[in-house]
Structure formats: C-alpha cells, structure tokens
Design a protein around this ligand. Structure first.
Ligand code: MRU
Length: 345
C-alpha cells in the first residue's frame, strides 16, 4: 500500500489526519493518551477497527510517559478516557479490554514497570498486525460473493483507512478486484462527514480500483436501473441476533437492496460481534454535533437558528442482511447462531 493509516513510532503514534483528505496527506504525531482520545473524537482517525487500535496505541504511549509509581492509576485513567470517546464501535471497548486486562494482570503480579510498558507496546503492535491479517482473510472469504463484472455499492469507508490496512468491506472489494471481478465501485458520499467521497474514493483511486461517486439519495434509482449488483458495507457493532449498527444511511440501503432483490453483505471482524448485546435496539448510537449537518466545508447551509439531527449510525435488522463476511468465513441466516458458532470455535 502506498500509505498507512496509523503506526507506533518513536515517541508517539503517527496517524494520517483523515479530516484533511483528500486535499492534504498530513501525518500527526500524537504523544499522549489525551491527544489520541481527541483524535478519535474529532475523527482524525475513525472506523471501528482503527479506533480500537489507536486506543491500544494510546495506552502504550501514555504508559511510556508515566512515572513508575503511577502506572496502575494511569492505566485505569487512560482506558476510561479512551473508552468514552465514541460509544457505538464495540472494537474500541474490545481492544481496550484486551490491553487493560493483560496489563492489569501484569501489574497485580508485580511485573517491573518497564516490562509493563514494553508489553503495552507489543500488545498494540500485535492488535495492529492481527487486524491486517484478519482484513485480508475477510477480503478473501468475501471475494467469491462478487460475480464477475460487478458494480459494487458501498457506504461510508470500511477500507484501509478504517482499519490497520486492507479494510473489511473494501477488503472484499480489493480481493475481488485482484480476481478482476469488479467493474466499478459505487461510493455513496455519506453525508455529513463525507467518508465515501473523501476517503473511499481516495483510497480506491490510490489502489487503481475504478470508483464512481454518487450522492446518498441516488442509490434507489441506480438499483432500479439495474446498475448495482451487490451492496457491501462494514459494521461498528453486530448484536448477538445479527442486527448490524453501521454508518447512518446503511439501513436505507438495506431496505432498498431488499426491494430490488440485490444481495446486501456486511463485512466485519469477529471482534465487531458483541454477544453481550442481544439485539440492535440496545446498541448505543452516537449523536454528533448538529454543526456537521448544518455546514458544508465550514460554510452554513441552513438558516441560522435551525436545529439538526445527527445520529452517526443506524441499525439494520438481521433479516435484511444476506450474509456477514468474517475472517472465519461467510455466515448466512440465521445469523445469530452462525456467529455464535464461529466465535465459540
Ligand atoms: O463514523 P465513522 O467514520 O467512524 O464510521 C465508520 C463506519 O461506519 C464503518 O463502516 C465501520 O466503522 C466499519 S470500518 C471497517
């Protein structure tokens, strides 16, 4: 790949500032847990797996600058701060749970401070590397679902920019494109943050995969004209019954896909499945600032004083999902039992 999303560097975490794309490719060097928490809140880094990994790296850099006697307190504090940044993506809680559990255990067992700091770095690096491998496995598992010559509709950005590399939904696209199955990707622009136009279009262009931008409202008409062969999206959290939380607008696409008899696939790592959440109604949905909706490129697009709603995610009921593509293989309905079986393996 010609770019990276985030990495552990000397003295901090280096990450591509996604707020500036596609105009500018600028890497930030973040040196504290707090700086990383802000980068997640302000979406310099975003996408469920990527924010989990950024958070794990945040713990490592925070412990690296903490005095020996304060390590336990700093671990609890930085994990709580990072966990509170964005509520919907379960990968964030999952990654922090792995890191905090392991490091807390070491501290309780009396491990030397430098050993704990080293372990924090190694854990963050491992989560990063495993995510790339998982995404490749998801991509390869999903590629056969893409018939030759397909026009693939995707929403938001579930690509290399949303993961440690390769992507989930765009992982499927990448693997299918390698087998020359993709005629083109239709990227919906994804109002209000424009992950589709700014990020998906950018990374696919970088990889020379043909991509055409559409506004969110065009999807139904294109489906009716026979110009969409399948939809593939990512997920921020999948409930135990297979309901899927993903970027706002995903649910509308699933309804449209069902109405036009088009397969609707979700591509996600098993770490996105939250067996503790029985159904989608219990998934917390982040509500972001109305300004994101009321402005465009920093300029107001509505009269002063008008309010706006800005739920960042919606829930697609399991019965609208044709299959979920994971690193363990493709799960078809009934999704709940299929996911539980894969996770218990
Ligand atoms: O608000 P974002 O940009 O973090 O939302 C991202 C999505 O909705 C993605 O589809 C999801 O996180 C999966 S990323 C592999």
């Amino acid at each position: 790949m010609s770019f990276f999303t985030l990495r552990l560097a000397e003295g901090g975490v280096e990450l591509l500032d996604q707020r500036l794309l596609p105009r500018e490719e600028r890497y930030l060097l973040l040196k504290t847990g707090e700086e990383i928490a802000r980068a997640i809140e302000e979406m310099a880094v975003r996408g469920a797996p990527a924010i989990g990994i950024a958070a794990a790296m945040g713990v490592a850099v925070e412990l690296a600058r903490t005095r020996d006697e304060n390590l336990a307190e700093a671990l609890a504090r930085v994990c709580a701060r990072l966990r509170a940044t964005r509520p919907t993506a379960v990968n964030l809680t999952w990654a922090l749970g792995c890191v905090q559990g392991e490091l807390r255990g070491m501290l309780d067992a009396g491990a030397a401070p430098d050993e704990v700091r080293e372990a924090a770095r190694a854990l963050a690096q491992r989560l990063h590397d495993e995510d790339v491998a998982v995404c490749r496995a998801i991509g390869d598992a999903g590629a056969p679902l893409v018939p030759e010559g397909s026009q693939v509709l995707t929403h938001c950005n579930a690509g290399a920019l949303a993961t440690a590399g390769y992507g989930t939904a765009l992982g499927v696209v990448r693997s299918a494109a390698r087998e020359h199955r993709v005629r083109r990707v239709l990227a919906s622009e994804t109002r209000p943050f424009l992950q589709g136009s700014r990020l998906t279009a950018w990374e696919l262009t970088r990889d020379q995969i043909p991509v055409t931008l559409i506004t969110d409202s065009m999807a139904g008409a294109l489906m009716r004209r026979g110009e969409v062969d399948l939809v593939v999206v990512g997920a921020d959290r999948i409930a135990a019954n297979g309901d899927v939380a993903n970027k706002i607008g995903t649910y509308s696409l699933a309804v449209l896909a069902r109405a036009h008899d088009i397969p609707f696939y979700v591509a996600a790592p098993l770490s996105t499945v939250d067996l503790a959440t029985p159904h989608g109604g219990e998934i917390p949905i982040e509500e972001r600032a109305p300004e994101e909706v009321l402005t465009f490129g920093g300029r107001p697009i509505a009269p002063e004083g008008v309010g706006a709603l800005n739920p960042a995610f919606d829930v697609t009921p399991a019965d609208l999902v044709t299959a979920i593509v994971t690193e363990g293989g493709v799960v078809r309905p009934p999704l709940g039992p299929g996911l539980a079986r894969l996770i218990s393996r």
